[in-house]
Design a protein around this ligand. Sequence first.
Ligand code: HDD
Length: 698
Amino acid sequence: MTDRKQQQREGFRADDPTAGPLTTDQGVEVDHTDDSLAAGERGPTLMEDFHFREKLTRFDHERIPERVVHARGAGAYGYFEPYESCAEFTRAAFLQDPAVRTPVFVRFSTVQGPKGSADTVRDVRGFATKFYTSEGNYDLVGNNFPVFFIQDGIKFPDFVHAVKPEPHNDIPTGASAHDTLWDFVSLQPETLHAIMWLMSDRAIPRSYRMMQGFGVHTFRFVNAEGRGTFVKFHWKPKPGVHSLVWDEAQECQGRDPDFNRGDLWDAIEAGEYPEWELGVQLVPEEDEFAFDFDLLDATKLIPEEQVPVRPIGRMVLDRNPENFFAETEQVAFHTANVVPGIDFTNDPLLQARNFSYLDTQLIRLGGPNFAQLPVNRPVAPVRTNQRDGYGQSRIHSGTNYFPNSLGGGCPAHAGADGHAYTHYAERVDGAKIRRRSPSFQDHYSQPAMFWHSMAPWERQHIVDAFRFELGKVDAMSVRTRTVEQLAHVNGELAAAVARGIGVPEPTPAEAAPNKVLSPALSLESLRGDGSIRTRRIAVLVADGVDGEQVTSVKEALTAEGAIVEALAARDGTVTGADGEPYQVDRALPTVASVLYDAVLVPGGPVGTPPTVSDQDAMRFVRDAYRHGKPVGALGSGVGVVTALEPEGVRLSAQFQEVVADQGVVTDTSPGPANGEFLRAFVTAVAAHRHWDRPPAHH
Ligand code: HDD
């Protein structure tokens, strides 16, 4: 049994620590739960069997409605600690003292697919954090994109209906590649900026641990003097931002639909605690109109080059939930859960969210008392006059109205000690109108900025993604209209997409006025700390392998924090060239290259690469190469890579000693791996992907 399974099994302990016998919900002991009470051995079941009825009734009611969006998720507990006091900008208690650790629960999610859909779909990822602060719960309910698809929350039902499976046949699951979404996009140009992100590699993260998070909206910090400062929140992952490639993401959906979920769980169980830095972009109130877009428009970001991200603290996730339903499913986030020192702005998307989240929890969690569930319960004391309702678990006493004298006036209004929430006294004056502000009208400049800021390989991936998605759209009118929209972003992009999907190249449109670059948007600038911790490296072994080489490589890479697994045609052991047995971690037919970050092929006695005759092993190496992953080969193992040259796998001609070329690292010397090889391989793994390789055939 694997360690993970073992740990899970150990997790199945009875609620009662004394582990007594099975009981009913009423605590009556049950001596038999395998046969229902019947009138005779072959007779009918009796109504009298209260244990049977309770067991079945409870089972029938086990499911609650899944979230209307973000249904599939994974969560974890941890803590947040600020680097220094942020008192200059906010009085939020959890941002004052580096010695104070605030507990958090984070839930990551996909958006479109149902609860049982695959992890590695092309989609936005939710990144919702609940801070259990001493002054009440603060929820930062963000995504891994800094911009959203629409500007006003009244459009949310339209957008979600368009992206969700089509109503007549409930297809497609977990995918945006279908007519209704693109129909909506082509008619609603405000979606284009978020759509550019959706077509980029950001939409297929390698791991939840390797994603950025964004609060998206402009919020407001308020300090003890009542001064407001606009703020945008950023989470930056320590290992850098890394993605899959589309072909790989699709194969992963079948090979391991829990790829991101399992990765988060395993990392935490292994003590490799995921970590993010919290950063803020701060804009003084007097600069509200200093930008060529509106700060209240959630389809825009503030380029980091314009307003730098200032690091203010770090978050570490160090504990998996005990029970998925009780915690990850029942956690209830709400954008209006704010604490003193953090306030809203008039962003119309945020205003709508502040209505929607409470409303949705009332139906999803079956009534108004969900804040009493353990995962939602604040650590700050709760004293309200709210009473009763479904699922009430508190036994209130005393009065339930204010003002009262009979209850001693309790709970009283908060005193002047500065802990009460006071709304920022923003002056508001306007006519009641139903109209989008003219300052929200530029829909093309920022998508163009995104496009121009991408590396060439990122642009290619974006074009490929558009071609895939629009290629799945049946209505040619929708394909054509979308390409016409893209022409406003960039002519080359539109033409390249058009060529792939069989529609005429659009006539050049008026180019987007703004060609500002923001290098911070490119994954090139987000490669992380150079470490290979938790990267999954496959070592392909077979009978006759150089066991000493395998052992040396495994030890060295494991010491760097990588997860190294020996794969062979079958489980058990292989016999090394020295006649010794070497442990196999997994059988090749049960895994695939898409589940690993890199592959390494050790050698055997010179001239006989032991894996070359194994089709699964050869496919493994070919796929790793095609997906831009590091490929290492040692000794005669280099022959495995050479054997793939006719299929387009390129190798530098001379490899007598260590050669590292576009992430293909080879060394034909026999025996244990040397330091130079290991360093080159580790560097290649840390870089994650190598895009400038010539393409290999499928
Ligand atoms: Fe939302 C869930 C993030 C716009 C209405 N949203 C939900 C979750 C995340 C986000 C991460 C899952 C929370 C969890 O893990 O339980 N949503 C966003 C972001 C948005 C956004 C970053 C734009 C900046 N959402 C948005 C709008 C509305 C909603 C405009 C409605 C007007 N969102 C909901 C919801 C959900 C939700 C229907 C479904 C389940 C839930 O709330 O608890 O209320």
